[in-house]
Design a protein around this ligand. Structure first.
Ligand code: NOJ
Length: 566
């Protein structure tokens, strides 16, 4: 397969609201992003993914789009965006937009029309159903658990319910209706004409709903409310989804030089090729939620090997995927999967980065990860913003949990952990804004900030720079096979990446204790060249047996030595 630009891209995700505020309103903006492009260039990334920056009432921070062809005034103007595009392109940085095609805001013109009357031309842009026995059409629950917990909201004007898998103010779009589909295609082409390089497709597996809207038979769980069950199975990977995606491809993506990456629950190594194999003509790559255990926030070496091996089969099938551990929907990776103590934050952040950037796929960096930003904990629910956290909190209050206990449970997994303002320096509000930040700054900013990292040779930021630069010089990382060694180890993750031109060995002590290490005999004929270490260049190379330090990671290039016998 001919290599595509996105296969060796390094993508950087920007959550604009929390990135850099230039006008003192406490909200990040596009001018702020433009001002920071040189730092991103210096880091080595070559593609930016913007979470939604369209006009939006911000119920779900932009995933509730009111105008798909405009920029939210809090972020700037369309002209600012064009300037950003030109500036980024001049620097060799591509820009991809988040496209929310499953739902819009109820403040979108389409929905405002749709709810006016049953015969409005926009009525079928959304999913309307009459009441069943005077009640909701079925027992589906919404993920954000607002109102009574149902995924249906009654609308007085026409006496019908509309479907919203997420917030009440986020009605689902009706992909069965051709005029809606055509409108979406025009809109996507409009963005491509403007110069964007691709799209991240929000919840792309959920565009098709179970026909006939039957009740789910899944039993309510502890957070479901009033018998309504938030069962993703009713709207995820439903038969017919591939037709929708294929049409999107033939009408838009396949005709243009753009990259598409699909975000979706329900994507696993066994069905990913159905979406992302080149021959399917649907999307270019997927990202999945299989690495780590998001209820316990833990990755064991065994878990890491298993997931990477499963996903290697996806690459073998000519499909492509993303390597990431954190984004705007998760807690901070170093807090969850590393160790955010003062002593181990830096080595573990570097270890996680190395594992993600040296396994097959395109690495996505989430803003702040490159300086090791960590989780935050607020004392009261008033300080939280994330819809899931608020919905779950209210469900817990209904069930008699105390506010403190609820926050103790919700804080470690809240999406707000990832959304605190970027920590630029150790001055007021971490240099993010001169005003009042929309979400409180993480108090650890005095110690964890970019300015500090830029001045320290061994900082996490400078390690990311070296890692990215190394990756660009190593063909085996993008093209090579993946082969684990020392598979019985409960502390060490070690693997080879091999292509015709190169063999790499990555060895990581994925634990907070020292690990004894013995190089397998099969490598005795090789010369070891160390390309990267997250500790000290003076440490002996691993050709010799020695203990690995907590979270130590090393990358070697191996070259077979020609002996007299050979
Ligand atoms: C996935 C997005 O990443 C998340 O932030 C959002 O809340 C949901 N989709 C709904 O759009």
């Amino acid at each position: 397969m001919n290599k595509k630009w996105w296969q060796d891209a390094i993508v950087y995700e920007i959550y604009c609201k929390s990135f850099c505020d230039t006008n003192g309103d406490g909200i990040g903006d596009l001018k702020g992003v433009i001002s920071k492009l040189p730092v991103l260039k210096d880091l080595g990334i070559n593609c930016i993914w913007f979470t939604p920056i369209y006009t939006s009432p911000q119920v779900d921070n932009g995933y509730d789009v009111a105008d798909y062809k405009n920029i939210d005034p809090a972020y700037g103007t369309l002209d600012d965006f064009k300037t950003l595009l030109d500036t980024a392109h001049d620097m060799g940085i591509r820009v991809i937009m988040d496209m929310v095609l499953n739902h819009s805001s109820d403040e979108c013109f389409w929905f405002k029309e749709s709810r006016k009357s049953k015969d409005n031309p926009y009525r079928n842009y959304y999913i309307w159903q009459p009441p069943k026995n005077g009640k909701e059409p079925n027992n589906w629950g919404s993920y954000f658990r607002e109102g009574n917990g149902s995924a249906w909201e009654f609308d007085e004007t026409t006496g019908e319910y509309y479907l919203h898998q997420y917030a009440i103010k986020m009605p689902d779009l009706n992909w069965e209706y051709e005029p809606l589909r055509k409108e979406i295609y025009d809109m996507l082409n409009w963005w491509i004409d403007l110069g964007v390089d691709g799209f991240r497709l929000d919840v792309f597996t959920r565009l098709k709903k179970t026909p006939g809207f039957p009740d789910t038979t899944r039993k309510p769980n502890a957070l479901d409310r009033n018998g309504f069950v938030a069962d993703s199975a009713m709207c995820t990977n439903i038969e017919g989804i591939h037709d929708i995606l294929h049409e999107l491809y033939t009408e838009v993506f396949g005709k243009r030089d753009v990259m598409t990456v699909g975000e979706g629950a329900g994507v696993s190594y066994d069905n990913a090729p159905d979406y992302a194999s080149a021959g399917r003509e649907e999307i270019d790559m997927v990202y999945h939620f299989e690495l780590g255990n998001r209820s316990k926030y833990h990755i064991s070496p065994q878990n890491f090997r298993e997931v990477q091996k499963n996903w290697a089969t996806v690459f073998d099938k000519n499909a492509w995927a993303v390597q990431y551990l954190s984004n705007h929907d998760s807690a901070r990776q170093v807090s969850c999967y590393g160790n955010d103590s003062d002593a181990l934050r830096a080595p573990s952040a570097k270890l996680l980065a190395t594992l993600l950037h040296t396994t097959p796929g395109t690495p996505f960096i989430y803003q702040g990860e490159e300086i090791g930003m960590v989780n935050v904990k607020y004392d009261t629910i008033e300080d939280y913003n994330c819809c899931y956290t608020l919905g779950d909190y209210h469900a817990m209050m209904e069930k008699g949990v105390s506010p403190k206990d609820a926050i103790d449970v919700l804080a470690p997994r809240s999406r707000d952990n990832a959304r605190t303002p970027y920590q630029w320096n150790d001055r007021e509000n971490a240099g993010f804004t001169t005003g009042k930040p929309w979400l409180k700054v993480n108090p650890r900013y005095k110690d964890i900030n970019l300015e500090k990292d830029l001045t320290s040779k061994n900082s996490i930021f400078n390690y990311y720079k070296k890692l990215i630069a190394m990756r660009k010089d190593c063909p085996a990382i993008v093209d090579g096979s993946l082969e684990f060694i020392l598979e019985d180890s409960e502390q060490i993750v070690a693997y080879l990446r091999k292509c015709m031109r190169q063999t790499l060995l990555i060895v990581a002590n994925y634990s907070d204790k020292e690990a004894s290490f013995k190089m397998p005999n099969e490598f005795s004929n090789y010369a070891f060249k160390r390309l990267l270490t997250n500790y000290d260049d003076n440490l002996p190379i691993l050709e010799f047996n020695r203990n690995l330090l907590p979270y130590e990671v090393e990358v070697y290039e191996l070259n077979k030595q020609i002996s007299v016998k050979d």
